[in-house]
Design a protein around this ligand. Structure first.
Ligand code: HEC
Ligand code: HEC
Length: 326
């Protein structure tokens, strides 16, 4: 059974409401890296690449809270130049050495053979730091899933996938253009990473079959400077029912909205009074006066403003519950 109804409707409504009005005042994109035409030239994955097994030098990063991306699953990797490490600075992002590569690959689980479901890999996004600035690019995987090609102007990909209930769903996935990367990945006019933060990495993970603290593990590999991980900043998992409602909602708004709605974000949101970062004290967020509008914009699929063709129903329910509680 394919459930396209709601999504097709969302896509249409999206077009009707925001049309092709995808303009925003761009920042000058960094061009200190010449991106290779093919993903394989970056040696990120072992062959066959679509198994998404990181090649040497790349390690997995797992987040507490993530951006909703039309139900795509995502894998995040990092590689630092040999002998270098990241430095925790106490604020959102650590300091990254020149030459750092951050990778995010989007994929879906599809019906497979008798051995179970397999993957359709869609795109691999890169952030590469060079000469002190971040460069952004994305690679679109080919149909044979052997490699991915650099795409600067975006693309649409038909996807069928199995949702959490095991039902088959379909959507027209949107690969962003290169200029769109900076719409979200922007602070004070520069491209910045968003999820690559000590607080979002502050969690337990499985490494070599053992449960370890991710920050301590990164430190043990020499990738992160030594500091007491017990007192490191933390952002909770907004999907966890064990976390208090207000914290869940604030974590959700941080990951899904604050990349544009913060005081150093894109010009178009400046002056709207919304600062949806997790650490901003409630009375300075603007949520108090705009809660209903936030909700309404989410219901209509107007917000988040970029790239989605479906509404995040779970996220919407969370924000609804939060707004009702205020
Ligand atoms: C709708 C806003 C948005 C757009 C557009 C966007 N990103 Fe991101 N990106 C995020 C957020 C939020 C995160 C962190 C949360 C996560 O990974 O789920 C992230 C994470 C990443 C990461 C992992 C490192 C990090 O910053 O946490 C990479 C690499 C990345 N994006 C590259 C890109 C590239 C390249 C483009 C353009 C082709 C792009 N992104 C477009 C919002 C966006
Ligand atoms: C990719 C950037 C981006 C992201 C992510 C984003 N917004 Fe926005 N938002 C904008 C822009 C640009 C405007 C102003 C233009 C407009 O209203 O479309 C705006 C306007 C708004 C407004 C005011 C609209 C009105 O009714 O006057 C609200 C409220 C809002 N956003 C809430 C949110 C919420 C909640 C989220 C997360 C679920 C979110 N936004 C995510 C870019 C973004």
């Amino acid at each position: 059974m394919i459930q396209v109804g709601r999504m097709a409707m969302m896509a249409a409504c999206f077009l009707a409401l925001v049309g092709c009005q995808d303009d925003y005042r761009e920042i000058k994109p960094a061009a200190t890296v010449a991106f290779a035409a093919q993903l394989s030239d970056h040696s990120i994955y072992k062959w066959p690449q679509a198994d998404l097994v990181p090649d040497s030098g790349f390690v997995l990063l797992e987040l507490n809270s993530t951006l909703y991306s039309d139900n795509a699953l995502k894998q995040r990797l990092i590689r630092l130049p040999e002998g270098t490490s990241m430095t925790h600075q106490g604020d959102r992002r650590p300091r990254f050495p020149d030459g750092t590569v951050l990778v995010k690959t989007f994929y879906y689980t599809i019906e497979g053979s008798e051995s179970g479901p397999n993957l359709q890999v869609i795109e691999t996004r890169l952030l590469v730091k060079s000469d002190g600035v971040w460069n952004a690019a994305t690679y679109l995987w080919n149909q044979d899933q052997t490699d991915a090609m650099l795409v600067n102007d975006g693309a649409s990909v038909n996807v069928e996938y199995l949702d959490e209930q095991g039902d088959l769903r379909a959507l027209l996935y949107q690969v962003p253009s290169q200029r769109k990367c900076a719409k979200c990945h922007q602070s004070s006019g520069e491209i910045v990473p968003l999820g690559a933060t000590v607080r979002n990495w502050n969690r337990d993970v499985l490494r070599d079959g053992q449960q370890v603290h991710q920050l301590a593990w990164l430190q043990s590999k020499g990738l992160l400077n030594p500091f007491d991980v017990e007192v490191a900043p933390h952002i909770p998992n907004y999907a966890s029912e064990d976390v208090p409602l207000a914290e869940r909602a604030r974590a959700y708004l941080d990951l899904n909205c604050s990349s544009c709605h913060h005081p150093e974000g894109i010009e178009e949101t400046q002056g709207d009074g919304l600062d949806l970062r997790f650490e901003t004290p409630f009375h300075q967020t603007g949520i108090g006066g705009q809660a209903e509008r936030m909700l309404q914009n989410m219901v209509e699929g107007r917000m988040p403003d970029e790239g989605l063709v479906t509404v995040d129903e779970a996220g919407l329910a969370l924000i609804q519950e939060y707004v009702d509680s205020l």
